[in-house]
Write a protein that binds this ligand. Structure first.
Ligand code: ADP
Length: 257
């Protein structure tokens, strides 16, 4: 039990008082511990053997040692599980972000870094990432207070999805522009889009859109993006229509001057 008490001073000669608050935090603590245990398991215990499996199966120089179907399956599952552990680890890092430790950084640089990170993935899928900084020279650098690494990771998540759902030969637009009180980074694709009834679940924990294909994700990427945005005092928004592609926009408040 958490018991808190606060004294109230009397006003204009009237009597004072005491407020006592009682809350049951046992359940809260247990839930928090369960979450920490899961995170620890996934980020350490699960990750270590998976990395070992990958090293064994991939062999020297990234070439699988055998071309048997089982080895290929093993490789695919091991990669999937490692991806899952990484996603959870990044989400927990985002949840632990402490704004008191933020530094001054330029969003335009973060945008360029994220574009660099997905370059090989985009090329492999024959998708062009068209990066544009649509902010006047006088306004650059686009300064904010934040965590550059997690912001970059959030943008990489949006870009990876956009590339993944783009048709071969398609273009993904990555655009930085000025927005009210800050900056907007928009990632647009010409993929299948998302039906309106599925939009509300996208940013929830394990919130995947049901579909026959594509079972390689676990629906944590967009939650991570939302968590990073909110820790920066910003937000993330999606506009999408079936058959007409999707645009995810990250809003970040400018550094207070
Ligand atoms: P996952 O790791 O499963 O991909 P995300 O949180 O990144 O999880 O995405 C959640 C779901 O949102 C995906 O399963 C997919 O159905 C949908 N989605 C995300 N980005 C796009 C996009 N650019 N186009 C179409 N669907 C998308």
């Amino acid at each position: 039990l958490l018991v808190s008490a606060a004294g109230l001073a009397g006003v204009a000669g009237e009597g004072g008082g005491v407020v006592i608050g009682i809350a049951d935090i046992t359940a809260l603590r247990a839930a928090q511990r369960a979450r920490e245990d899961t995170m620890h398991f996934l980020s350490h215990d699960l990750r270590a053997p998976l990395t070992a499996i990958l090293t064994l199966v991939e062999g020297e120089g990234g070439v699988p040692s055998g071309d048997g179907k089982n080895a290929q399956r093993l490789l695919r599952h091991a990669r999937g599980a490692l991806h899952m552990a990484d996603q959870l680890l990044r989400l927990s890092r985002a949840e632990a972000l402490d704004p008191a430790r933020f530094r001054e950084l330029a969003v335009d640089m973060v945008v360029m870094d994220a574009a660099d990170e997905v370059w090989a993935l985009a090329r492999g899928k024959d998708v062009l990432v068209d990066t544009r900084i649509e902010v006047g020279e006088a306004q650059l650098p686009a300064l904010i207070l934040g965590d550059g690494e997690l912001l970059c990771r959030a943008l990489v998540n949006l870009l990876t999805n956009a590339i993944k759902y783009s048709p071969p030969g398609g273009t993904v637009d990555l655009v930085l522009s000025a927005a009210a009180g800050g900056w907007a980074v928009a990632v647009s694709d010409s993929g299948p889009g998302i039906a309106p009834e599925h939009l509300p679940r996208l940013f929830r924990r394990f919130g995947r859109v049901p579909s026959a294909e594509r079972r390689d994700g676990i629906g944590l990427g967009l939650l991570m993006v939302r968590t990073v945005a909110e820790r920066h005092g910003g937000s993330v928004d999606v506009r999408s229509a079936e058959g007409q592609g999707s645009t995810f926009t990250l809003f970040l408040p400018a550094q207070p001057s």
